[in-house]
Design a protein around this ligand. Structure first.
Ligand code: HEM
Length: 509
């Protein structure tokens, strides 16, 4: 008796699924964008979600191998096109209207809310203008002292594990140093993560930035309504960690705002102006100060506005840089000639004494190290995927990406494509020396993305990477110890086997 209504409901469900997908399915078929078999309702999601984050890049590699430079992928009603096609990358990144992020960025919203990375429209545009000040080169000079001091703490911390015999998972150390740098640069507070990794804010942040993106690969955690039911403990931990993070940021903002108000009241307040010759010496200078003094349409930013932006900088500026630095140290450890050349450049530009503080000008003279960093981000881009969402059909040459589709550009695979980079799997910093190969590969080489929504912190990131890497190599010889990396996608590029190197103190005179 109840078979009839069940069959009726099933037919209705299948019809609804067919209708809502029809435009996208036919448009993709006309554009010859293929993908793995997609069944009604479920799409191809079950297969992908059972792979786990550790195997997802391997699976992507197989799909690119099979379907060419782009393929489509369905999970329930969500349609995504993954592409490493130069024309697609150029069209998407240079568009001034296609700014909405892909659907998977929803996993960042619980802790970033509507910060710069995920916001669009007028809000994004106005704030992007404000933040440009935060990366003025005079402001960057101030951050140099923070980077140099924390690089110094890092080499001290590494002393305990630098026996030269045992592999060290270097990202464990680098990520705490990067956290110290970004917390001080963004909020003007020293959390001392390297000395106190159990500081509640640091622990909470580390959990949230790992667990939230990991949810996308797990059926039981992917959907907000199912997550608390199927993984209640993890859900509770996440809610608690996000609360800890937000409370800490709120407290720092309140205290900083009160200090500014007091300074205004007693007449000692001087607003920060990026062109100001003195700005590099202002001890209180942090991104937060720029946000506190900013106005948009003559209105100051509220505490909630500021919090979402500070949280965004903490997320966008921490794990990306740690991934870049750690992969660079790993690649250098496996290439002794490259390491020797870097060391010679360091001695030539920075001198024999590794404790000498470095300036922005000195770091800008490290040309070979810069090529090593670029080559690292080619093979191991810290942001391996960049996504957008189309609300209208997008025409790219002969093909059309249908409305209501996420487009994921995959620098990880574009950077490893022999059509764009000869001998792509060889680590060869020289390819960036004369700029020829890089120029030839415009839009195939996009570690910081490109166009209006590119990485606003890229100059900061390059300086920080140079600061941390140069300090480690001035103190230690890197050795090829431990298991090789197995790249893994977690929004950020990580490695499921760790990022292993050996460390031996140099015989410094
Ligand atoms: C090696 C380190 C880094 C890499 C590889 C990297 C890469 C990226 C990429 C690929 C994007 C996305 C662009 C897009 O969607 O088109 C991005 C956005 C962003 N990054 Fe970075 N990033 C790094 C470090 C930093 C640092 C240190 C900061 C801040 C201090 C930062 C702040 C941001 C912000 C705020 C955005 C959003 C920009 C917007 O949407 O307008 N990033 N980054």
């Amino acid at each position: 008796m109840w078979l009839t209504p069940i069959a009726g409901a099933l037919i209705l469900l299948l019809a609804w699924d067919f209708v809502r997908k029809r435009h996208r399915v036919t448009t993709l078929a006309k554009s010859k964008i293929k993908g793995p078999l997609s069944v009604p309702i479920l799409g191809c999601g079950i297969q992908a979600l059972s792979l786990g984050a550790e195997n997802f890049l391997q699976y992507g590699d197989e799909l690119f191998e099979k379907y060419g430079k782009s393929f489509c992928f369905w999970v329930l009603g969500e349609c995504a096109v993954y592409t490493k096609d130069l024309k697609d990358i150029e069209t998407v990144l240079t568009s001034t209207t296609l700014l909405e992020k892909g659907q998977l960025y929803r996993f960042l919203r619980p802790f970033l809310n509507d910060g710069l990375l995920v916001s669009t429209g007028r809000k994004w545009h106005a704030r992007r203008k404000v933040f440009t000040n935060a990366f003025h080169f005079k402001v960057l000079e101030h951050y140099m002292e923070i980077m140099d001091r924390n690089s110094g703490v890092l080499v001290e911390k590494l002393r305990k594990v630098a026996g030269g015999k045992t592999p060290v998972d270097i990202i464990q150390h680098v990520s705490l140093a990067a956290l110290d740098v970004i917390t001080e640069a963004a909020m003007g507070v020293q959390v001392n993560a390297q000395n106190d990794p159990d500081f509640p804010y640091i622990k909470a942040l580390k959990n949230v930035v790992y667990i939230q993106p990991d949810r996308m690969f797990k059926v039981s955690q992917r959907y907000d309504w199912l997550f608390p039911l199927l993984a209640p403990l993890l859900h509770r931990q996440l809610v608690n960690d996000i609360r800890v993070m937000h409370e800490f940021t709120d407290k720092v903002i309140r205290e900083r705002r009160a200090t500014v108000e007091r300074a205004k009241a007693d007449g000692s307040y001087r607003p920060l102006v990026p062109g100001d010759a003195d700005i590099g010496r202002k001890s209180q200078m942090a991104l937060l100060d720029i946000l506190l003094q900013a106005t948009i349409n003559n209105e100051p930013l509220s505490d909630a506005d500021i919090r979402e932006e500070v949280d965004t900088f903490m997320f966008a500026g921490d794990d990306t840089t740690s991934s870049g630095v750690s992969h660079a140290l790993y690649a250098i450890s496996r290439n002794s000639k490259i390491q020797q050349r870097i060391y010679e450049e360091l001695v030539e530009v920075l001198g024999q004494d590794p404790s000498t503080p470095v300036t922005q000008t000195m770091l800008s003279e490290l040309k070979y190290l810069e090529c090593v960093i670029k080559e690292t981000m080619r093979l191991y881009p810290p942001a391996p995927v960049v996504g957008r969402y189309t609300t209208m059909d997008l025409v790219i040459g002969e093909k059309v990406i249908p409305a209501n589709t996420s487009i994921y550009l995959v620098p990880y695979f574009a950077h490893r494509d022999p059509d764009y980079f000869p001998d792509p799997l060889t680590f060869k910093p020289e390819r960036f020396l004369d700029g020829e190969e890089e120029a030839h590969a415009t839009f195939a080489y996009v570690p910081f993305s490109a166009g209006p929504k590119n990485c606003i912190g890229q100059k900061f990131a390059i300086l920080e990477m140079k600061s941390l890497i140069s300090k480690v190599i001035r103190y230690y010889e890197l050795l090829p110890l431990g298991e090789d990396v197995k790249p893994m996608l977690n929004f950020i590029l990580r490695s499921s086997t760790g990022i292993n190197v050996g460390l031996r103190p140099r015989n410094l005179k």
